[in-house]
Design a binder for this molecule. Structure first.
Ligand code: NAD
Length: 518
C-alpha cells in the first residue's frame, strides 16, 4: 500500500485540527490508526512538533493523534505539575505520548512535568541512543554509537527535600532493590535485542556504598544471567570523562537517574548537537517519546530549530508500536537529507553543509526524500523500544524473609550552643543506661569523641546511640521503647530533635554507613 502523503501542504498552522487531519482515517479493510497522545509543548515545541507530524503523516504512519495541553500555560493556570486532569484521561486511554519540550516557569512551587509523567506512568527506563552522523554532520568524534540506559524514577529525583535547621537542607536519595533489578534487566535485554556487546555500569559506590553500591551489586547479580554481554563497572566521574574523550570504546552505558541525565546530554552534544537526539521513556504504564533538548526559548518562533531530535523520538514511537517499515523509511530519508547537506543552523558548517534551512524546509526536504536511502551513512539503526508485549519488566523476585534487627538510632539535633564536646557531655548526661552515645558527627564527620578542632561545624548534629553493651565489632539488639524513651529525655532536656533514623542489621549485615572517622 502506498503511504499516505500530505498532499495538500497545510499552512504554517500548528492547530491540532489541521495537524490531525494530515493522518489518514481508518479505511474499510485498512489498518486501524493507533491513538497516540501528542503534546505540542512550549518555545520551539509547536514548530518542531508540527513538522514532525507532517513527516510522520507523509511517511505513512498509521496514527490518530489526540492533543493535550501541558506545560507553561497549565502551570500558570494553577496545575502545579504542568498537566491538567483532561490530559491524564487521554494518556490512560492511549498509553503512548509524543511530547515536545516544555518550559518550566521559574520560581518555587512548580513540580517538573517530566518527573511527574515518568513516575505516575511508571516509566522506569530512559533510553537515549546517540550516534555520530559523520561525515554528514561535523563532530570531533566520528566513531560514536552509544546508548545511555538511565534509571528514570528514583535517586535524588524522588524529589523528597526538607529544610531541617536554619543552615541545613537535605535531599533524599532513594534507591530500591526492585528498581535496580528492573532497570538492570531492561538494559541487558535491550543489549541482547539490539546485538550490543558491552554494558558499562557507572556509579559512585566508592562514596555512596549503600545506594550506588546496591545498583552496582544488582548489576553484578543480574549480569550473571547474561554471560554473552561484556560487563564492566566504572566510577561515574572517570567514566564520564572517558566517555567524553573516547566515546568509541562505549556501547551501552547503564547508570542512575542523575548521572544519566548529565552524561546523556554530554554524549548528544559531542555527537554533533543536542538537537539531534531523541529518547524513549518506557515502563509498565505506557511510553513517552521526546527530544532530549528543552524548549529553546532563545530561538522560538523563528523557524530555525532542528526538528531531528523529536523526529528521532517519533521513530522510536513507531518502532514501539510495531510500525517498523515507516520508521525505516523516515530514518533513511532523514539520513539522506543530512548527507545532502541540508542543515539547520545548529549543525550548519561552512564547507560541509550545502544549504542552511529552516525547520519547515528541513521537513520538506525529508518528505521529498522518502523512499531514498542514504549513500554514505550506515543503514537505519533498528531500535526496538520495547513493544507493548515486552514492555512489562521481568517480575522482581519477592524479597526472601530477611531478619531486620534494631541496633540503635541516629538522632539529629538542631544545636547551636558551643563546641562538640559540650554537646557530647550534655547527651551523655541524658542518655540513661540502656543506650549509650557512640559518636556525634557534623555533616558526616566525627566530632565527638576525639574530634578535630579544625572541623567546621554547622547547626545540624547527628548523634548515634547504640545498645550500652555494644562492642566495637558486634551490635546488640535494642528495644524500640528505649529509642522512644531517649527521645523523650532529650526533648525534656530542651534539645531540639529534628529527625531520627533507626539503625538496623539485615540478616546480620549493617544497614547504615559509618560516620567519617567512626
Ligand atoms: P535547551 O535544550 O532548551 O537549549 C539549550 C541550547 O540548545 C539553546 O541555545 C538552544 O537554542 C539550543 N537548542 C535546543 N534545542 C535545539 C534545537 N532543536 N535546534 C536548535 N538548537 C537547539 O535548554 P535550556 O535553555 O536550558 O532550557 C530551556 C527550557 O526548556 C527551560 O524552561 C527548561 O526547563 C526546559 N527543558 C525542558 C525539557 C523537556 O521538556 N523535556 C528538557 C530540558 C529543558
Amino acid at each position: 500500500m502506498q503511504p499516505a502523503v500530505a498532499s495538500a501542504p497545510i499552512s504554517q498552522s500548528t492547530s491540532p485540527a489541521d495537524l490531525a487531519a494530515l493522518f489518514q482515517p481508518a479505511a474499510p479493510g485498512g489498518p486501524i490508526p493507533t491513538p497516540v497522545t501528542v503534546a505540542m509543548g512550549d518555545g520551539i515545541g509547536p514548530e518542531i512538533m508540527a513538522q514532525t507530524l507532517r513527516m510522520l503523516a507523509a511517511a505513512g504512519a498509521t496514527l490518530a493523534p489526540e492533543f493535550i495541553a501541558v506545560g507553561e500555560a497549565q502551570y500558570l493556570a494553577g496545575h502545579s505539575s504542568g498537566i491538567g486532569p483532561d490530559a491524564w484521561d487521554s494518556l490512560r486511554r492511549t498509553g503512548v505520548l509524543l511530547k515536545a519540550p516544555i518550559t518550566t516557569p521559574l520560581g518555587g512551587g512548580y513540580k517538573s512535568l517530566n518527573v511527574t509523567l515518568r513516575k505516575t506512568l511508571g516509566l522506569y527506563a530512559n533510553v537515549r541512543p546517540v550516534r555520530s552522523l559523520a561525515p554528514a554532520v561535523a563532530t570531533k568524534h566520528p566513531v560514536l554509537d552509544v546508548v545511555i540506559v538511565r534509571e528514570n524514577e528514583e535517586d535524588l529525583y524522588a524529589g523528597i527535600e526538607h529544610q531541617q535547621t536554619p543552615d541545613v537542607v537535605q535531599c533524599l536519595k532513594i534507591i530500591t532493590r526492585s528498581g535496580c533489578e528492573r532497570i538492570v534487566r531492561y538494559a541487558f535485554e535491550y543489549a541482547r535485542r539490539h546485538g550490543r556487546r558491552r554494558i558499562t555500569c557507572m556509579t559512585k559506590d566508592n562514596i555512596m556504598k549503600l545506594t550506588d553500591g546496591l545498583f552496582h551489586k544488582v548489576f553484578e547479580e543480574v549480569g550473571r544471567e547474561y554471560p554473552d554481554i561484556v560487563q564492566e563497572h566504572q566510577i561515574i566521574d572517570i567514566g564520564a570523562a572517558r566517555l567524553a574523550d573516547t566515546p568509541e570504546r562505549y556501547d551501552v552505558v547503564l547508570t542512575l537517574n542523575l548521572y544519566g541525565d548529565i552524561i546523556s546530554d554530554i554524549v548528544a552534544q559531542i555527537a554533533g548537537s543536542v538537537g539531534l537526539a531523541g529518547s524513549a521513556n518506557i515502563g509498565q504504564g505506557g511510553a513517552l517519546f521526546e527530544a532530549i533538548h528543552g524548549s529553546a526559548p532563545d530561538i522560538a518562533g523563528r523557524d530555525i530549530a532542528n526538528p531531528s531530535g523529536l523526529l528521532q523520538a517519533a521513530g522510536m514511537l513507531l518502532r514501539h508500536l510495531g510500525q517498523t517499515a515507516v520508521a525505516d523509511r523516515l530514518e533513511a530519508a532523514w539520513l539522506r537529507t543530512l548527507e545532502d547537506g541540508l542543515h539547520t543552523a545548529d549543525i550548519y558548517t561552512a564547507g560541509r553543509s550545502v544549504e542552511k534551512v529552516g525547520t519547515r524546509a528541513f521537513a520538506d526536504a525529508v518528505i521529498a526524500r522518502l523512499g531514498q536511502q542514504p549513500s554514505v551513512l550506515a543503514a537505519p539503526v533498528r531500535e526496538i523500544h520495547a513493544t507493548p508485549a515486552t514492555a512489562a519488566p521481568a517480575p522482581v523476585a519477592a524479597p526472601a524473609a530477611v531478619e531486620q534487627t534494631l541496633v540503635g538510632t541516629d538522632v539529629f539535633l538542631r544545636w547551636n550552643s558551643g563546641l562538640p564536646d559540650a554537646l557530647g557531655e550534655q547527651l551523655v548526661a541524658q542518655v540513661g543506661d540502656v543506650l549509650r552515645l557512640k559518636l556525634i558527627t557534623n555533616r558526616g564527620v566525627k566530632v565527638y569523641p576525639d574530634g578535630h578542632a579544625e572541623t567546621t561545624c554547622t547547626d545540624h548534629w547527628r548523634c548515634r546511640f547504640v545498645a550500652a553493651a555494644t562492642a566495637a565489632d558486634h551490635y546488640e539488639p535494642v528495644d524500640f521503647t528505649a529509642v522512644l524513651a531517649l527521645q523523650s529525655r532529650l526533648t525534656a532536656a530542651s534539645l531540639q530533635v529534628i529527625k531520627t533514623e533507626n539503625l538496623y542489621l539485615f540478616d546480620g549485615q549493617r544497614g547504615f554507613s559509618l560516620g567519617q572517622g567512626e
